[in-house]
Design a protein around this ligand. Sequence first.
Ligand code: AHM
Ligand code: MG
Length: 335
Amino acid sequence: MTQKNQTLGEFIIENQSNFKYSSGELSRLINSIRLAGKVVNYEVNKAGLVDIIGAAGDTNIQGEDQQKLDVYANEKFIQAMKNRNIVCGIASEEEDDFITINSQDEQHQNKYVVLIDPLDGSSNIDVNVSVGTIFSVYRRVTPIGTPVQLEDFLQPGNRQVAAGYIIYGTSTMLVYTTGHGVNGFTLNPATGSYYLSHPEMKFPETGRIYSVNEGNYTHFPLGVKKYIKYCQEEGGDRPYTSRYIGSLVSDIHRNMIKGGIYMYPKSSKLADGKLRLLYECNPMAFIIEQAGGKASNGFGRIMDMNPTELHQRVPFFGGSKKMVEKAEEFMELHS
Ligand code: AHM
Ligand code: MG
């Protein structure tokens, strides 16, 4: 039963039977992500104090090099999952290749692989703008008892068993889905617990916000240009409002609450756009769809794409269903 003000811990226990393969493993996995998230949150909150306590690249008082926050976050999440021995492999936007996890006694017995963008939008940290962590969970496809393979990670998004994000914003929130809707939990810094603050989150069917880096306008395909013009024209509830933080998690989070579309199209400078299919687009698409929205590459469903490489990039259009459908119409018409 979903009950507002429940802690995330209580929620996980009560909803464990919702998990597709209920063995407790997925619950433990979400738990490790929430814990590492708190550690990263603590460091992100201190980022404004770099002049006082030392910046990335500096040497600290113990003679150790200070790490950049994205590298730090990468290590914390990987460590949390490794220590608890709950996944068989991890792929991270920060790592060239996937990591195989195996403990001596377990012999590759874990079922899940995790793909993670440990600190998305990290260039925003210096200016005190929200950043996020994005994660995606799949059941492995190769036999248990053997080391994970690339194919365990290169699965279409429609096979995800869980996905979520942490937003380090004015509040810190963890928002996730296991395929039974989307729930958002806010961290209470006083108690260190996440509380269910946004039960059953839903994208409004349509909205009035469009989020895109318009600085790239000249380089966008004609369909995108025309759609942007459509957003700006008078007519019905238009012109829409333009809001672009430049931090995927924050832009989607806001649009999920208020109604809107986020776009990172391809351009004449970036042939496949900028966002990564496996670490950013698929997990956000799973959340968007579970919240009643739509996620597309401009012509088809993001989650039906067959990945060919770990760091593959794809154009991305995600948000309120009717707005994404409209953008697709323009893409189709002008392709
Ligand atoms: P990153 O993974 O290097 O942080 O890049 C991803 C980020 C997204 O959060 C954001 O939506 C996008 O890059 C912004 O890119 P741009 O500055 O080109 O608009
Ligand atoms: Mg990223």
